[in-house]
Design a protein around this ligand. Structure first.
Ligand SMILES: [Zn+2]
Ligand SMILES: [Zn+2]
Length: 194
């Protein structure tokens, strides 16, 4: 079964998620944030076998400790192809993600959704029961679209795409608490109006 450990990493309280299979302990790291050593400690304590690092987008509050984790565990970094040029790191990602790409974690698969708006190459990660939304969708609100490569129109399209997903999905955003898609569709002003 797929399970999730949440670590709040860094000054902007970015959510780092360790998504793991509870039998094999294979794990992926989503957005290590600024505090890579805290993330490494929790991985070691749980004896997770980290297989990959994925960034929802290139912003530093999500990606700053990429290199610390890559060196520690010798794992590939995956990010959407449109974000590569904005990564503040001299190490290049090994895996360039694209929309609807299917990825594996032990015997489970998940899908990459390209959701531009906060940045041009922002992604969400769709699992059977969960959706990791980075800075695209938060509980009660959405991510900014006024930063470089942000686009309010693209954001509308991305939110419409999210609205069409299974309503029972649990949303794990890049900042703040988790929520349910069904609740957001009823109460989040950006989803109601869209
Ligand atoms: Zn961001
Ligand atoms: Zn952020």
């Amino acid at each position: 079964m797929i399970k999730i450990t949440n670590i709040i990493s860094g000054t902007l309280k970015t959510n780092c998620y360790l998504v793991y299979d509870d039998i094999t302990l294979d794990a992926i790291v989503i957005d290590p944030g600024e505090d890579g050593y805290k993330v490494i400690n929790i991985i070691d304590k749980n004896m997770f076998k980290v297989i990959m690092l994925i960034n929802t987008h290139s912003h530093l509050d999500h990606s700053q400790s990429n290199n610390i984790l890559r060196k520690q565990f010798n794992i590939p970094l995956a990010i959407h192809k449109y974000e590569v040029d904005f990564l503040c790191s001299n190490l290049k990602p090994e895996i360039l993600l694209y929309d609807q790409q299917i990825m594996n974690l032990s015997n489970n698969s998940f899908m990459i959704m390209h959701t531009p708006g906060h940045t041009k190459g922002s992604i969400c990660l769709l699992f059977e029961k969960f959706l990791f939304t980075g800075d695209t969708l938060f509980a009660g609100t959405i991510g900014r679209t006024d930063l470089p490569t942000g686009n309010a129109n693209d954001m509308l399209g991305s939110l419409a795409k999210i609205k069409r997903l299974k309503q029972s999905l649990i949303i794990y955003p890049g900042h703040g608490r988790s929520t349910m898609l069904q609740y957001e569709i009823l109460h989040n002003p950006y989803l109601i109006d869209n």
